[in-house]
Design a protein around this ligand. Structure first.
Ligand code: TPP
Length: 292
């Protein structure tokens, strides 16, 4: 195989395209599920599972592994696609997504699928779970890192704002939150994309308020393009390097809801929608069917 120039992430881009198609196909087969959130997070998930997380897919319970919590649990199919591509289980098993008895439930169930560190789906809880993991790792002298992926709509949940100061108080530099900042949530309530709210200081989730709030609570904030693999990996390396310190890191990742397909990008109705047979074909045409 030809060596790739440094900074070239063609392999990750191909994996992300494959992951996005698996999301569309799996949700279509199940007849239910989420699309917009899994697609906005796919580049983050691929970067994490292929470049960042210290994991052993063939030994999912390895005690020294990094911990990963998908706090925005409704994006489970995106996580399953990344895990399957990484070798946790056969890609074919994605065909059981959301079926009765499947290990791949509509929201992640850690009691069923080895490799999941948390059961999630009720928004707002994952950062608290992750901070407990990070605290436990400190107490046991582990040098692993805990990563929590949140939605920007999810940032409205009160429990998130309890976990943020507690993580700083306990000096958990080994904890990193990543916010998938796609600017949309379920029914289209605009966080930032609506001009009426842009720069509006009464909107606590406006352009700069989330950054300032994290900083006020003593976190270090990195802002990146959440679809640019080089930026994602660099930010995560930076966060890991801070792991022995006492300041937790948040990575605010600018993303596009439904990213990767012309007809799902920025479209609220694709938050939770099932592709028709024609739309699945259109997705195959756009994303390509070649194996990653
Ligand atoms: C506590 C709770 N309330 C409501 C829901 C239903 N719900 C699922 S996804 C979602 C919107 C989440 O928006 P965001 O966090 O921005 O996720 P993304 O846009 O990345 O999909 C809502 C309200 C839930 N899962 N949990």
């Amino acid at each position: 195989m030809e060596a790739r120039p440094p900074g070239d992430h063609a392999d990750l881009e191909a994996l992300a395209r494959r992951g996005r198609l698996l999301v569309i196909e799996s949700v279509a087969r199940a007849g239910a599920g989420h699309i917009g959130g899994p697609l906005s997070a796919m580049d983050l998930l691929i970067a994490l599972f292929f470049r960042v997380l210290r994991i052993r897919p063939d030994e999912p319970g390895w005690p020294e592994r990094d911990r990963f919590v998908l706090s925005k649990g409704h994006s489970a199919i995106g996580l399953y696609a990344a895990m399957a591509l990484r070798g946790y289980f056969p890609v074919e098993e994605l065909a059981t997504f959301d079926a009765a008895g499947s290990r791949l439930q509509g929201h992640p169930d850690m009691t069923r699928l080895p490799g999941l560190d948390a059961s999630t789906g009720s928004l707002g809880q994952g950062l608290s779970v992750g901070l407990g993991m990070a605290m436990g790792a400190r107490r046991r002298g582990l040098d692993n890192h805990t990563w929590v992926l949140l939605g920007d709509g999810e940032m409205q949940e009160g429990q998130v704002w309890e976990a943020i100061p507690v993580a700083a108080k306990y000096g958990l530099g080994n904890l990193t939150a990543i916010v998938d900042r796609n600017g949309m949530q379920q029914y289209g309530w605009p966080l930032r994309l609506d001009e009426r709210h842009r720069g509006d200081r009464r909107d606590p989730f406006g352009d700069t308020a989330v950054r300032e709030a994290f900083e006020a609570f003593g976190w270090r904030v990195l802002e990146i393009d959440g679809h640019e693999f080089g930026a994602i990996i660099a930010a995560c390396e930076d966060a890991r390097a801070a792991g022995t310190g006492v300041v937790p890191t948040v990575i605010l990742a600018e993303t596009v809801k439904g990213r990767g397909l012309s007809f799902t990008e920025g479209a609220f109705e694709w938050h939770s929608r099932v592709a028709t047979a024609d739309e699945v074909e259109a997705a195959r045409a756009e994303l390509g069917e070649e194996p990653a």
